[in-house]
Every structure is written in C-alpha cells, then in structure tokens.
Design a protein around this ligand. Structure first.
Ligand code: G3P
Ligand code: MG
Length: 254
C-alpha cells in the first residue's frame, strides 16, 4: 500500500524555479511541499549529482556531458541563469547536498536514477550505496514503514539501474519507471522486488491502473499539470502524481 505523499514537486520546484537546483528545493518547500522528485546521474569522478540532461547546454552552459566533468567542476557551474537572472549563481548540486536539504526540512524523496548511457549498473549501484550510507541510522532500525521512516523511493527507466540498486541496497524501496505499461509489468516488478510503478499519465488506461492497484502495487504518474486530469487519475486509484505546476496543484490537492 502507498504510504508516501500524494503530490510530489517535480524536479524540486516544478516551473517556478530552475530544475534540480537547491533553489528549486527551497521553492518547493516554501510552497508547502513535503515530497520531491529529482534526477541523479554520475559525474566523471563517480560522485552522484542532481541533473536531468546527460548533456550540458540546456540548463548548464558548456560543451560535453555530465560524465566528462568531475563533481567539483559541475558544482562550480551555473544551473540557474538559464531560468532567470534572479537565479544566476545557483550551481549543480550533488546528491548528498540535496539529501541533506530534504532530510533537514522533512521532505520525502523520489530519487530518479537517470544514468548516462553506458553507466546504468554503476549509477544504480553508486546511488544506492550513497543512500545506504546517508540513511544508515534509519536502516539500522527495523523499518516496518519505509515512508514513515523517511527512506527515499528509487525509480528509474533503466531496469539495469533498478536491479543494481536492489543488489546494493535491498532494503531501500524501488519503483520501475515505464513510459507505457508492458504486458509483462508484473514479472518485471516481481523480479526487481519493486513496490510501485511510475508511469506517464498520457499512456495509462483506467483498466491498467485498476489492475496494478488490484495486484497490490503502488502507482504514481508523471508529470501531471492539469488539476482535472489529476482528479481523474486519483479516481482511477492512482496513488500519487508529480507535477510541474506546483502553483496549481498544491501539496494538499485532492
Ligand atoms: O520521475 C518521473 C519523471 O521525472 C520522469 O521524466 O524526464 O522528467 O525525468 P523526466
Ligand atoms: Mg525525473
């Protein structure tokens, strides 16, 4: 059963702040959000950083990709100016910095493991190892309810990355990200020991939603920006959504 929050701020602060920056997480928190989604990949030195695109150019100016730069170099790079002058100087945060912010502010995390191509296993494994270390005190307790304990939920479009996270940190819950629900979704979840599916609301049908819920799995949808659509999905039994429109769909929506 889904005991996590119902409304999740996508990439920290949705459309109100530069995605995946500490400014975005502050913005989400200022709007009352206690749940965030963000994207994690590995820098050249193997340190997980919070970025969506594997290539520089859109949110961070420069050439090449995240895997070409050390985390130290990325942490000096401006990830806020593209969004607006007021955010100039907001840099690429490390995973560890974002976790610290969220823990300090009581914010639950849906950690999307987003590997640079070719680094699927390494990214799943390293993010899981970091998380295991950062939540060692929680994991040392008997965690009957991971949501209440504040453990993050991993998710990834990469089956291999989820599998690597499962091996490295079996006690940290996992979800599989699926653009469309495949016929063999149940066997995939079972093989990964996954507790939930995160899927595009655009492709989900009511029958699929009900089948997933009837089978006892969590179901959440990305990225829902229209309140009417969100209401319809909740009517189908969907447990949670992430949204960019944190101004329209607030933390207490529904
Ligand atoms: O985690 C759900 C959603 O964020 C997946 O899509 O491209 O926004 O990371 P994307
Ligand atoms: Mg994402």
């Amino acid at each position: 059963m889904w005991t996590y929050p119902k409304i999740i701020a996508h990439r920290g602060g949705g459309v109100l702040a530069p995605e995946n920056t500490l400014a975005a997480f502050r913005c989400g928190a200022a709007h009352g959000f206690r749940a965030v989604e963000f994207d994690v990949m590995l820098a050249k030195d193997g340190v997980p950083v919070v970025m969506h695109d594997p290539a520089l150019g859109r949110t961070v100016s420069g050439a090449g990709g995240v895997a070409d730069y050390t985390s130290h170099a990325l942490m000096q790079m401006d990830a806020g100016a593209w969004f607006g002058h007021a955010f100039a100087g907001e840099c690429v945060p490390t995973y560890e910095q974002v976790v610290a912010f969220c823990v300090d502010n009581g914010i639950w995390m849906n950690v999307e493991i987003k590997p640079v191509s070719g680094f699927e296993e390494a990214t799943g494994r390293v993010v899981a190892q970091y998380t295991k270390r950062l939540f060692a005190d929680v994991l040392a307790r008997d965690v009957a309810d991971p949501a209440r304990a504040g453990l993050p939920l991993f998710s990834s479009f990469s089956y291999e990355a989820v599998q690597a996270a499962q091996r490295a940190a079996p006690d940290i819950p996992r979800a599989l990200l699926l653009d469309r629900i495949p016929a063999d979704w149940r066997s995939k979840l079972d093989a990964l020991g996954a507790v939930a599916i995160d899927t595009s609301y655009r492709n989900l049908t009511e029958a699929q939603a009900r089948a997933i819920k009837d089978a006892g799995f969590g179901l959440f949808c990305y990225t829902v920006n229209e309140p009417d659509r969100a209401r319809e999905l909740f009517g189908w039994g969907v447990d949670a959504i992430c949204t960019d429109r944190i101004d329209l769909i607030g933390p207490r929506f529904g």
